[in-house]
Design a protein around this ligand. Structure first.
Ligand SMILES: Cc1ncc(COP(=O)(O)O)c(C=O)c1O
Length: 390
């Protein structure tokens, strides 16, 4: 019903061919990020190097920053997942090596004004496209603005490994710190395992077989330990396999799934899509369409009133696992209102290509029939059970 027609196709090689700089295939995007930070320090050493980055990030990235010997200087992430340019520019000082900016969950941000700021200040811009591939915003291919761009084939193609560093600028002759690759057998083992898991999960959910799904774990950071990164490069099999994937098909499937959820979830005051004005338009009949070039990773929504965990549990009971961003962020940092709201209220509705129509309908049915006591937990009569869903 909400399907967009398209017969185009685009391979990874064709996609990357649109970038002029060198491309380097890593075991994952975070390894590339680490190597850029280390390389920058060798190229122009600073006594106490810092990187300006969002405080709403996975713990893994924080650990990698510490392992590279940098101090993170955090900026807040508002609930529309956009950039606060003023806040970022005020953080830049003479020890700043780079600014790190993220297209969270595929919701695009305009990198151009940020690039102007970093270029003027003489610091580098690292564009995190881990949640984006084959996307455009304001007519520009996302990933082409940063001096260094990170892609994650691991995340976008649902592999266990895989990240790509694109050097849109190469101020020094960049060389990965290690040559060693991941073992291809590992990749094959995990690929097979994950594909079986998706199929079994969909089948179980379709036939309502009894099963127990568990909620995903949470990242962590232990500030008392020394952080070390063992960089690896992408294995041969992933490198070959990811080039076979049709990126247009992959993105179109995600867009169709996204559009279905956006147009069928009824209460957008309770399930609030984030950054909506940057990727969708509403017509006179109140139907949304997605902007050209939008390539979602998941559908991030905010659930108010402290109900997020109950909604996640309800979806899990209905047979759909949803991530909740990075509940470990903003770590021990204080005073970041946006990140705290995301920490407590964000949930990612899955739109990846292994979501079948049955799974999508389950999400919608579950969200459209949440009982009032879940939606307004502060008004719950404590003698009633908090929450039941079938
Ligand atoms: C926003 C963001 N950036 C970068 C990364 C790192 O990507 P990878 O898992 O390929 O190292 C992740 C991974 O979770 C991420 O969520």
């Amino acid at each position: 019903m909400f399907t967009e027609k398209s017969n185009s196709s685009l391979s990874l090689n064709q996609f990357l061919g649109q970038f002029e700089g060198r491309k380097i295939f890593y075991a994952n995007a975070a390894h590339a990020f680490y190597d850029v930070m280390v390389g920058l320090q060798q190229f122009r050493p600073k006594q106490k190097p810092n990187i300006i980055m969002p405080v709403y990030i996975p713990a893994k990235l924080y650990r990698f920053v510490l392992a590279a010997g940098y101090e993170p200087k955090f900026y807040d992430v508002p609930t529309d997942l956009n950039l606060n340019l003023q806040e970022i520019s005020e953080l830049i000082d003479d020890q700043t090596q780079a600014v790190f900016a993220v297209h969270f969950f595929g919701i695009p941000v305009d990198m151009e004004p940020l690039k102007e700021i970093t270029a003027k200040a003489g610091v580098y811009l690292i564009e995190d496209c881990a949640h984006i591939m084959n996307a455009k915003y304001k007519g520009k291919i996302l990933g082409t603005t940063g001096d260094f761009t990170l892609f994650s084939t691991r995340k976008m193609m649902q592999f266990h490994f895989g990240g790509i560093l694109v050097l849109n600028s190469e101020p020094w002759k960049f060389k990965p710190s290690q040559k060693k690759r991941v073992n291809s057998l590992f990749f094959a083992y995990h690929l097979l395992g994950s594909r079986i898991k998706f199929r079994v999960n969909n089948a179980m959910s379709r036939y309502n077989l009894t099963r127990k799904l568990s909620l995903p774990g949470t990242g962590y950071i232990n500030f008392s330990e020394k952080h070390v990164v063992h960089v690896k490069m992408m294995d041969h099999l992933s490198e070959w396999y990811c080039k076979l994937i049709d990126l247009d098909k992959l993105v179109n499937k995600r867009r169709d799934n996204f559009l279905f959820l956006l147009n069928t979830i009824e209460d957008h005051t309770f399930v609030q899509p984030l950054g909506l004005d940057r990727y969708a338009t509403k017509d006179t009949t109140n139907r949304y369409s997605l902007n050209k070039g939008f390539a979602p990773f998941s559908m991030p929504v905010l659930i108010p009133d402290g109900s997020r965990d109950k909604v996640q549990k309800a979806l899990c009971d209905a047979g759909v696992i949803c991530f909740i961003g990075w509940p470990e962020a903003p770590f021990e940092e204080k005073g970041f209102e946006g990140a705290e709201a995301l920490q407590n209220g964000l949930i990612e509705l899955p739109v990846h290509k292994y979501m079948d129509s049955n799974q999508l309908k389950k999400i919608v049915d579950c969200l459209n029939t949440l009982p009032e006591n879940v939606k307004r937990p502060h008004h719950v009569n404590t003698s009633e059970p908090i929450f039941h869903l079938t």
